[in-house]
Design a protein around this ligand. Structure first.
Ligand code: PNW
Length: 463
C-alpha cells in the first residue's frame, strides 16, 4: 500500500471547448476554436466542437458520473465567450446561470471545483478586433473577464487556474499553426507568450487585491512540460537537455518564480524575446500560489549534429526548435500512447524534482496526466482499458516516490480526462477518457479505469 499525504487532491479534468457543445446556444459568442475548426483541413476529418460531448445539456448526468466514482475534485474551464460573448462588454446571464448550475451541483455532491479561466477558447471578437494574444491590451481584457468570474463564482470556487498551458497557445497556435488561431511565425510565439504571462499576472493581481482576503481561495497557473533526458552522458547532451527544459517550462515559470526569462533564451532569441517593464515584472514575480503542471511524456535530448534541427512534428517536439537547438529522439524500447507520446513514468519523478529545485520547493499540483489508447471508438474495447490503469498507476508510483523519498511538495493529481472529448486538431480520433462517450448518442460508459481510480481515491493511495 502506497499512501498519499492527508488532504491530497484527487481529481479529473475537462475543458469547456472540448466537452460543452451548444456553441451558439443561449447567447454564447464564437471563440477562435469555432472559427479554426470550421476551416476545412484544420481538424481531423473536418470535425468541430459544435456538439462535442453535449455537456451543456448533460451537466447533472455528468456530475452524477463523478459522484458515482467518488471524485474529490473536478477541474473544468469556463468558456469566456459564453460569459462575455464579445470578449468584453455585456455579461451573458445565461452563461453565468449554466456555470452556477454546474458549481452548485458539484458542491451538493461534495466535489471541489477547480476552475481554469482560460483553456484556449479566446472570444473570436478579440482575435478579429485586436489581434488576440498579440496585442498587449489583451492582458487587460483577461483581467476584466477574470474579475467577472471571481465576482460571480468566487463565493463557491476556491481553486483558480488562470491559464492552461500557455506554451500551446504560443507555440502550437502562433508558431506552427497547428492550433487556433493557426498562425506560423518565429516571432509571434514570444509575443503571445509574453502577453499571456502579463495577463496571468494581472488576473492574479485582481484576485489578490479584490477577492482573496474575503473569498480565501488560491490561484495559480498551469504549465505543460515534457521531460528532456540527456541522450548520452556527454556534457553537450546534458546541456542540451537542460536548455530544452528551460525553453519549455522555464520560458513560463522563470518569470513567475525568478523574475525573468531564462538566460539561455535571452541569448538565443535576442530581440525577438520581449522585455518585462518594471511594472510588469513586479506583478509577474511571485504571481502563483501553487505550481500547476500538466505532465505526459518526454524525449531524449542531444546537441544537434545535423544542420536541420528544426523539427516540424507538431506534437512532442521542443517548441521553438531552431532557437533552442536541441535534437530530440526516442528510446525505441519505450511504450507509446495513441498520440505517439512516450510512456515514461520515471521522467515524471525527475520533472517534479527539477521543478522543486529550480523554483524553491513550491507546492505542486499535477493538473493533467493520462493517456489516449487506440481502438476505443468501440465501447467494448474501451471498457477494458487495462493499459490506462497501468499508465496512471505507474505515474502515481513515481509521484509517490517524489513525495516520500525526495520530499517534493506534491499536493494533488488530476487525471486527463473525465470523459472522451474533442481532442483539438485531432478531433474525436483520440480518446483519453475515464468514461467512453458515444458521440452519436451522447451515451457515457465508465471504463475499467474509472472504477480503478475510484478505489485509489477512496484508499488515498495505491495497492
Ligand atoms: C493538453 N502537443 O494539451 C491539454 O491541456 C488538453 O486540453 C488536451 O486534451 C490534453 O493535453 C491531451 O492532449 C496538449 O501537441 C495538446 O504538444 C497537445 C500538445 C500538448 C498538450
Amino acid at each position: 500500500m502506497k499512501t498519499f499525504p492527508a488532504n491530497f487532491t484527487w481529481g479529473a479534468a475537462t475543458a469547456s471547448h472540448q466537452i460543452e457543445g451548444a456553441w451558439r446556444e443561449d447567447g454564447r459568442g464564437p471563440c477562435i476554436w469555432d472559427a479554426f475548426s470550421h476551416v476545412p483541413g484544420k481538424v481531423h476529418q473536418n470535425q468541430n466542437a459544435d456538439i462535442a460531448c453535449d455537456h451543456y445539456h448533460r451537466v447533472e448526468e455528468d456530475v452524477a458520473l463523478m459522484k458515482a466514482m467518488g471524485l474529490k475534485a473536478y477541474r473544468f474551464s469556463l468558456s469566456w465567450s459564453r460569459l462575455l460573448p464579445q470578449g468584453r462588454g455585456a455579461v451573458n446571464e445565461a452563461g453565468v446561470a449554466f456555470y452556477n448550475r454546474l458549481i452548485d451541483a458539484l458542491l451538493a455532491n461534495g466535489i471541489t471545483p477547480w476552475v481554469t479561466l482560460y483553456h484556449w477558447d479566446l472570444p473570436l471578437a478579440l482575435q478579429l478586433e485586436i489581434d488576440g494574444l498579440l496585442n498587449p491590451e489583451i492582458a487587460d481584457h483577461f483581467a476584466h473577464y477574470a474579475e467577472i468570474c471571481f465576482d460571480r463564482f468566487g463565493d463557491r470556487v476556491k481553486n483558480w487556474i488562470t491559464l492552461n498551458e500557455p506554451w500551446c497557445s504560443a507555440v502550437l497556435g502562433h508558431g506552427i499553426g497547428y492550433f487556433a488561431p493557426g498562425r506560423t511565425s518565429q516571432t509571434e510565439p514570444y509575443l503571445a507568450a509574453h502577453n499571456l504571462i502579463r495577463a496571468h499576472a494581472k488576473i492574479v493581481d485582481v484576485y489578490r487585491r479584490k477577492f482573496q482576503s474575503t473569498q480565501r481561495g488560491v490561484i495559480g497557473i498551469t504549465n505543460n512540460c515534457d521531460w528532456r533526458e540527456p541522450k548520452t552522458d556527454a556534457a553537450a547532451d546534458r546541456a542540451a537537455a537542460e536548455r530544452g527544459l528551460e525553453f519549455f517550462l522555464g520560458w513560463f515559470a522563470d518569470p513567475i518564480y525568478r523574475g525573468d526569462y531564462p538566460e539561455v533564451m535571452r541569448a538565443a532569441v535576442g530581440a525577438r524575446l520581449p522585455e518585462f517593464s518594471d511594472a510588469d515584472r513586479a506583478l509577474v514575480r511571485g504571481s502563483s500560489d501553487f505550481f500547476g503542471l500538466n505532465f505526459y511524456g518526454g524525449m531524449l535530448a542531444s546537441e544537434p549534429t545535423g544542420a536541420n534541427v528544426a523539427s516540424t512534428v507538431p506534437t512532442g517536439n521542443g517548441g521553438m526548435a531552431a532557437d533552442q537547438r536541441v535534437e530530440l529522439s526516442d528510446d525505441p524500447s519505450w511504450e507509446k500512447t495513441d498520440l505517439n507520446w512516450n510512456v515514461v513514468p520515471h521522467f515524471c519523478r525527475k520533472m517534479l524534482n527539477w521543478i522543486d529545485r529550480r523554483y524553491g520547493h513550491p507546492p505542486i499540483y499535477i493538473t493533467e496526466n493520462g493517456m489516449a489508447l487506440p481502438g476505443e471508438d468501440d465501447v467494448t474495447v474501451a471498457v477494458n482499458d487495462t493499459r490506462r490503469i497501468d499508465y496512471i498507476n505507474r505515474y502515481l508510483e513515481a509521484c509517490h516516490a517524489a513525495i516520500t523519498e525526495d520530499g517534493v511538495d506534491l499536493r494533488g493529481y488530476i487525471v486527463w480526462t473525465l470523459m472522451d472529448n474533442f481532442e483539438w486538431a485531432l478531433g474525436y480520433s483520440k480518446r483519453f477518457g475515464l468514461h467512453h462517450v458515444d458521440y452519436a448518442t451522447g451515451r457515457r460508459t465508465p471504463k475499467q479505469s474509472a472504477k480503478w481510480y475510484a478505489g485509489v481515491m477512496r484508499r488515498n493511495g495505491l495497492e
